[in-house]
Write a protein that binds this ligand. Structure first.
Ligand code: GLU
Length: 423
């Protein structure tokens, strides 16, 4: 069965992108039709209309979602994003990706995702806090350490998680730190969580570089996105000896063939709110930078960055997907023809949720690990998952993405068969 030919509108719909890979992998696995229907759609989709008192005294209502795709392997798990572009289809796709991601790294969680349609950059801290608290209060029966454990995602952070933890705890009349992950360290957060997604990307890139017989010192890296994921990946990879030659942001790109000083760029961005005008690199058109010559390209921004429109111009040898869904299903085929070694999102960015798992374990134990222990455990899991995916791809003659989906679907389906369906 080949991937279907589809319109651009369908191509960039994240739900379609997820479903296309799911269908293909499930057929390859000969998954029975009933289980295929069970796993194709989310278990529960919640739509909320959240009233928020704005600073100017005017009452606004925001639409939010929480989608729980699967709880077969454990509590649902996944981030919460704030963005004007959030849609139910996007949250559905992201929730399914969480199920597959947790299964790829073999941690005992299902998948979920949340989103609120809002522009967080135009809201005050007070407005964001009230919106987060009301969103959490509306979900109080549906989330919890054993039910569904939110975490940060696009435009949410440790502060957002602190508000969620506090709101849930107030309703429970006791402090429940394990209800969310990605919290500040002093209230139950894990050491290493903030950098974890970036660190996980570096670990799988190291493995890919070994596999392709490259070496970090002569490996040029371009990173798209300079948020939590992209900036940490760029910083850690620079420390590990890679040469980060390009940073792509929505409002501009930077290039320095001798390597960008990532720490200096981070400070510059903190001070100026943009990477524009950074003296240590020259400006470059972001779309061009994405298709520039390099060994590793790390899209760590948002969905649909590599599509049928630019995939044939991509020049990297390794595509390490830091974001969720940066590549469309149509672009997959083009990249495969070009023999790009793709480290698919559900493997590549799984370091975040893996360390969220460690945070949840530490909260439930009430015993907190040293950062070196967190990083060591993370490395163990990420390397193991990389090997599993690559081996699966080689034995079954499929690309890495389909291998990751097949591995994940097989693990979830196995659990469902063992548990049996309560129908
Ligand atoms: N939002 C992150 C992701 O997409 C982390 C999720 C989590 O830690 O639960 O993987």
């Amino acid at each position: 069965m080949a991937l279907k030919t589809i319109s651009l509108e369908q191509e960039i719909n994240p739900w379609e992108a997820q479903a296309a890979r799911f269908d293909f992998a499930a057929h390859k696995l000969n998954l029975d039709e009933g289980l295929m229907k069970v796993l194709r759609y989310p278990t529960r989709e919640i739509i909320l209309h959240i009233p928020v008192m704005m600073d100017n005294g005017h009452l606004e209502v925001f639409t939010g979602f929480r989608v729980q795709h699967s709880i077969a392997r454990g509590p649902a798990k996944g981030g919460l994003r704030y963005s004007p572009d959030v849609t139910l289809d996007e949250v559905r796709a992201l929730a399914s990706w969480m199920t597959w991601k947790c299964a790829v790294v073999n941690i005992p969680f299902g998948g979920a995702k949340g989103g609120v349609i809002c522009d967080p950059h135009k809201m005050s801290q007070g407005e964001l806090e009230r919106m987060t608290r009301r969103y959490t209060a509306e979900l109080v029966e549906f989330i919890g350490p054993e039910k569904d454990v939110p975490a940060p995602d696009m435009n949410t952070n440790e502060q957002t998680m602190a508000w969620m933890m506090d709101t849930y705890s107030m309703h429970m009349r006791q402090t429940v730190t394990a209800v969310v992950t990605g919290k500040p360290i002093n209230i139950g957060g894990s050491r290493g969580r903030r950098e974890a997604t970036g660190r996980g990307i570096m670990i799988v890139c190291d493995e890919a570089v070994k596999k392709l017989r490259l070496n970090p010192e002569s490996t040029r890296v371009i990173v798209q996105g300079f948020g939590n994921v992209g900036s940490n990946a760029a910083r850690l990879m620079t420390e590990a000896g890679y040469k980060v030659i390009g940073i792509v942001e929505v409002d501009g790109g930077l290039v320095n063939r001798n390597g960008i000083d990532v720490d200096a760029l981070w400070e510059f961005r903190q001070r100026n709110g943009t990477i524009h005008g950074f003296p240590g690199a020259s400006a470059e058109d972001p779309a061009e930078l994405l298709v520039s010559e390099c060994e590793i390209l790390i899209p760590a921004a948002t969905e649909n960055q590599i599509t049928s429109r630019n995939a044939d111009r991509i020049k990297c040898k390794i595509l390490a997907e830091g974001a969720n869904g940066p590549t469309t299903a149509t672009a997959d085929d083009i990249l495969a023809d070009k023999r790009v070694f793709v480290i698919p999102d559900i493997l590549c960015n799984a370091g975040g949720v893996t360390t969220s798992y460690f945070e949840w374990v530490q909260d439930r134990q009430g015993y907190f690990w040293k950062e070196s222990v967190v990083n060591e455990q993370l490395e163990h899991i990420m390397k193991g998952a990389f090997d599993d995916v690559v081996r699966f791809s080689e034995t079954h003659g499929v690309n890495n993405r389909i291998a990751a989906y097949m591995l994940a679907i097989d693990r979830v389906a196995y659990t469902i068969r063992q548990r049996g369906i309560y129908a």
